[in-house]
Ligand binder design. Structure first.
Ligand SMILES: Cc1cc2nc3c(=O)[nH]c(=O)nc-3n(C[C@H](O)[C@H](O)[C@H](O)COP(=O)(O)O)c2cc1C
Length: 188
């Protein structure tokens, strides 16, 4: 069976820079993975409320909050690779992307790691931002640290700086080599 990749698109704009980057990335992946892409912005996903229920016992619903995250847990658990696609807003991933990441906590009992459904899954990020690439370090380093803590396999990020003026170039093939390289790094 081929690899399954879940693309988490955290951009509010369906035709914005991040969606274009995700589209071009999926083109370079071709049929090497089965893709499930979800757009978070119109979904109802709250941040974690620290009720502790998931840390006391593994819940059948994963999390005590009943919202659209429930369906995403199944997609997450059946995927080998999770690709976070987000613009940078105020040096961070977008709020819906952060809410999604918050809510992964229930997949691990972090006091003793007696349960960890995140372990071994690959994660990587597609990032667009208005300024120079280093501005995404804070967000990308946080994702890398999250992966390290939860024993996920972080494959790095592909970031497009000055994205507002690069969107056309994304579509005209300028980034083809970079996309290919990143796809190979994620899939290898
Ligand atoms: C509220 C808001 C905050 C932003 N903050 C940053 C920032 O901190 N650093 C940066 O480089 N770009 C920032 N940007 C620019 C976006 O990251 C950039 O335009 C991005 O490509 C938008 O992605 P989209 O087209 O998928 O919406 C911000 C944009 C908005 C709307």
């Amino acid at each position: 069976m081929g690899m399954k990749m879940l693309v988490i698109n955290g951009s509010p704009r369906p035709n914005g820079n991040t969606s274009e980057l995700a589209k071009q990335f999926l083109k370079s992946i071709g049929d090497r993975a089965v893709i499930d892409e979800v757009r978070l912005f119109n979904m109802n996903i709250k941040g974690c409320m620290n009720c502790g229920a998931c840390q006391r016992a593994v819940l059948e619903t994963h999390c005590a909050i009943n919202d659209d995250m429930r369906a995403l847990y199944d997609s997450f658990l059946s995927s080998d690779t999770i690709m976070i696609a987000s613009p940078i807003y105020m040096w961070q991933f977008t709020p819906c992307t952060l809410a999604f990441l918050n809510r992964l906590h229930c997949l691990c009992r972090s006091a003793d790691f007696s349960y960890n459904a995140m372990e071994g899954k690959r994660m990587a990020a597609l990032i667009t931002l208005g300024a120079e690439g280093e501005v995404a370090d804070f967000a990308a380093n946080g994702l890398r640290d999250l992966c390290e803590f939860f024993k996920m396999d972080y494959r790095g990020d592909l970031r497009i700086p000055f994205a507002n003026s690069e969107k056309e170039r994304l579509a005209d093939g300028t980034y083809e080599e970079k996309l290919k390289e990143f796809a190979a790094k994620v899939l290898k």
